[in-house]
Write a protein that binds this ligand. Structure first.
Ligand SMILES: Cc1cc2nc3c(=O)[nH]c(=O)nc-3n(C[C@H](O)[C@H](O)[C@H](O)COP(=O)(O)OP(=O)(O)OC[C@H]3O[C@@H](n4cnc5c(N)ncnc54)[C@H](O)[C@@H]3O)c2cc1C
Length: 343
């Protein structure tokens, strides 16, 4: 029996953008075996499993079932030159980072304070301050509900890309259950990212880096528990050499980084800034006045956010001849939409 199903539940508390939309059915889970019962019971309805809802927006009520994943488990072994961690997908990412530091396992500190759960981390190949999941992932264990079987995707099978992976295209019958990480026992600080240039090399230890990055994040990213937001709304851009040269000819101070011989990355927040959107507001949604990559929500209805996204998209296209894409997942009723659908 599924006794803890709730009906017509507001998602406001479960989505960091915090729009007042409802889901027809809602359940929180902390054990794996209940998933079979849930999928049997709701097999004719759309189902979405969420972690902390920090990369998801619903524009309209969801006419299906939302599952909140609280499956918590962590273990690790030490073998040869590495630590191997096996982590349940319902653990908060930052709790994992703190747990590893407490157990003298280092290498996650650059990913301090990312507010999602472990399950979504490989889907988006989360990254910050020079480190991405793809650098440390060993495997992802996925439950195939239909075949009642756990399948292991090793790192190569995940096909990690910038804020993306093959895991994002799997249907809802596949649930990420565990993430396997591989971290060298011998720790080397990862501090060549340009925003870490003020790190005091003499003080440099994992806890210091964790605190340093946490402080930077507190200054640059609004706390979503106080100001509703979904982190960077758009993906940063990967550009080829001729494109970056064109921009450099006009703006010599573009903050770009080299990602391969011919590919460069520039922050989309910088483009948004250059289009004078800093602090720009439509209705109750606003481009953050401190960090233009972030859109904040002061109680919007869905039209506000659609207008704002369209406006930003077209202005950047007209000024730079560049098409930007969403980092946040947007649902319209039961379907995921992208910028082409709304532009
Ligand atoms: C303030 C703020 C700062 C942020 N900073 C960063 C940052 O520095 N770097 C970065 O990369 N991201 C950042 N993000 C984005 C976000 O935190 C990450 O993308 C995170 O991984 C999302 O996790 P979540 O649990 O909230 O995912 P959710 O939004 O709950 O889910 C996202 C998607 O993943 C799917 N999913 C979730 N769990 C599972 C599962 N177990 N099995 C199958 N599918 C699943 C969901 O169905 C949904 O489609 C930030 C967000 C905020 C609000």
């Amino acid at each position: 029996m599924l006794t803890n199903i709730e009906f017509n539940k507001s998602l406001k508390k479960y989505i960091s953008f915090s729009m007042n939309v409802y889901t027809k059915y809602f359940i929180k889970i902390n054990k794996l075996d209940i998933l079979y019962k849930i999928f049997d019971h709701f097999k004719s309805l759309p189902i979405i499993i969420l972690g902390n809802g920090t990369n998801t927006i619903f524009l309209k009520d969801f006419l299906g079932l939302i599952i909140i994943n609280n499956i918590k488990y962590i273990s690790f072994i030490k073998k040869n030159k590495y630590y191997y961690l096996h982590v349940g997908s319902g653990i908060n990412w930052n709790d994992l980072v703190l747990y590893s530091i407490k157990n003298n396992i280092y290498g996650l500190e650059n990913l301090a304070m990312i507010p999602g759960k472990v399950g979504a981390a490989p889907i988006f190949n989360i990254g910050a301050y020079g480190l991405e999941i793809k650098n440390i992932c060993k495997y992802v264990d996925i439950l195939d509900i239909k075949r009642r079987k756990i399948i292991r995707f090793n790192k190569n099978k995940c096909k990690f890309k910038y804020r993306n992976s093959k895991l994002g295209n799997l249907s809802s019958r596949y649930i990420i259950i565990y993430l396997g990480l591989k971290l060298p026992i011998k720790w080397k600080p990862l501090i060549n990212y340009y925003k870490l240039k003020n790190i005091n090399i003499k003080k440099c230890n994992p806890r210091y880096i964790y605190n340093f990055i946490s402080n930077l994040r507190k200054k640059n990213i609004p706390n979503y528990k106080k100001i509703n937001n979904s982190g960077s709304f758009f993906k940063n851009l990967t550009l080829n050499k001729s494109k970056i040269i064109k921009i450099l000819n006009k703006y010599s101070n573009v903050p770009y980084s080299l990602i391969s011989k011919y590919k460069f990355r520039i922050p989309t927040g910088w483009l948004i800034d250059k289009c004078d959107f800093k602090g720009f507001r439509i209705g109750n949604v606003c481009v953050d006045s401190n960090n233009s990559a972030i859109i904040t929500n002061y109680g919007s209805i869905n039209n506000d956010i659609i207008f704002l996204i369209k406006f930003i998209y077209y202005k950047i296209y007209i000024k730079f001849n560049i098409k930007i894409s969403l980092e946040v997942l947007i649902y319209f009723y039961n379907n995921r939409i992208n910028l082409n659908d709304i532009s």
